[in-house]
Design a protein around this ligand. Structure first.
Ligand code: GLN
Length: 254
């Protein structure tokens, strides 16, 4: 299914250009406002002057050829089990797209499955597709609540985490944020959160992430535009409401 973002894009240097966002597994992997990330990303691209198509990809669908940004959300362990076989059927293609520089954002359950494996608390092993040099082990405790973290490229990132999986990074990827200042992050023993490799970002932050962290949207849009059109000229976007939302979210108790 394809959704087209309605309305004329803001006037600007990116007019006449189209970005195609592929939303991975919205039926099974879409909780705590993850769909809101897709919408927010699409609206941000629209505000930069692009026409935007959102393509839903669910198990068994034909994987579209021309995709500029890939985004996917979280789910229960059961949702992860449902999509696992289909994810593996597409793993070589997804890995190739990642290596070629396609920008991607995967959250929580899909972040875990973009790693090498997720071993649940019950001892079931869900094999990941290994885009991230990372593995996840089901923990006894839920790490749940509002989270704030400091990153080199995106400054302060604000969101909401809810996972029991504990993720450990290998040397083949770097954290999204080196220091969690409120909350837990990848695991209880280390201070970092999320992962990055090529132009792929994995994170535990839901809530939705992108409306409160437009720098991450801008990064995904910029990478996509440069790959497709060789250039990106950002529009000036009024972030007054975003900054109010960020200030309010930062004050929320854990
Ligand atoms: N089932 C996974 C965990 O609890 C992922 C949860 C999620 O996507 N929110 O660790």
């Amino acid at each position: 299914m394809t959704h087209t973002i309605a309305g004329t894009p803001a006037a600007g240097p990116n007019n006449g250009k189209t970005l195609r966002i592929l939303q991975l597994y919205p039926k099974d992997m879409n909780i705590y406002g993850d769909w809101g990330n897709t919408l927010s990303l699409a609206r941000r691209a629209h505000a930069h002057g692009f026409d935007v198509d959102i393509i839903d990809y669910n198990p068994g669908d034909e994987f579209p050829q021309d995709v500029d940004i890939i985004i996917g959300g979280g789910g229960q362990d059961s949702g992860q089990t449902v999509i696992q076989e289909d994810l593996h059927a597409n793993s070589e293609h997804l890995k190739q797209l990642a290596e070629d520089g396609t920008p991607m954002l995967v959250i929580c359950g899909l972040y875990q499955l973009f790693g090498k494996e997720f071993r649940t608390r019950e001892g079931e092993v869900l094999k990941g597709i290994g885009i991230f040099d990372a593995h996840t082990v089901g923990g006894d405790e839920r790490l749940i609540g509002n989270i704030v973290e400091e990153s080199k490229d995106f400054g302060t990132i604000i969101g909401f985490e809810n996972h029991s999986g504990l993720t450990y990074l290998g040397s083949g990827c770097t954290p999204l944020a080196a220091t969690v200042t409120k909350g837990e992050g990848n695991n209880k023993a280390e201070t970092h959160e999320g992962a990055r490799v090529h132009n792929v970002i994995g994170t535990y932050l839901h809530g939705s992430l992108l409306p409160k962290n437009p720098k991450i949207s801008d990064y995904l849009i910029e990478q996509a535009a440069k790959r497709k059109y060789g250039e990106f000229t950002p529009a000036t976007i009024d972030d007054t409401l975003v900054n109010k939302a960020r200030a309010s979210a930062m004050k929320r108790p854990r």
